[in-house]
Design a protein. Structure first.
Ligand SMILES: [Zn+2]
Length: 101
């Protein structure tokens, strides 16, 4: 699947936001990087749950998405693994710049 330009720039924006939040929490909390990573993963799970809950209630959201936790979790885990295995060198540069500030 080839990402379209809109979803590519949305992905870049999400990447920047999460990197900024990760570096802020890492600096402020002084927790180990993997602990902060786990907090980020838990936060994403919490966001999923809140958004999914809103889509279960009548009149919650008109977009028509029907949450399917089992399939959605599998898709999110696959996306996490796929992006970790294919992290481009550019990602490391963002981390170094953000970490040094
Ligand atoms: Zn919706």
């Amino acid at each position: 699947m080839q990402p379209d330009p809109d979803s590519e720039s949305a992905g870049a924006e999400m990447h920047r936001s999460i990197m900024t939040a990760f570096c802020d929490v890492l600096r402020a909390s002084r927790l180990p990087p993997m602990t902060v990573m786990n907090l980020a993963a838990s936060a994403l799970g919490a966001v999923y749950k809140e958004v999914a809950n809103q889509h279960r209630s009548e009149g919650g959201c008109p977009c028509g998405w029907k949450p399917n936790p089992r399939a959605d979790i599998a898709a999110l885990q696959a996306a996490l693994a796929a992006s970790m295995e294919s992290a481009p060198p550019a990602d490391l540069r963002i981390m170094q710049v953000a970490g040094r500030a």
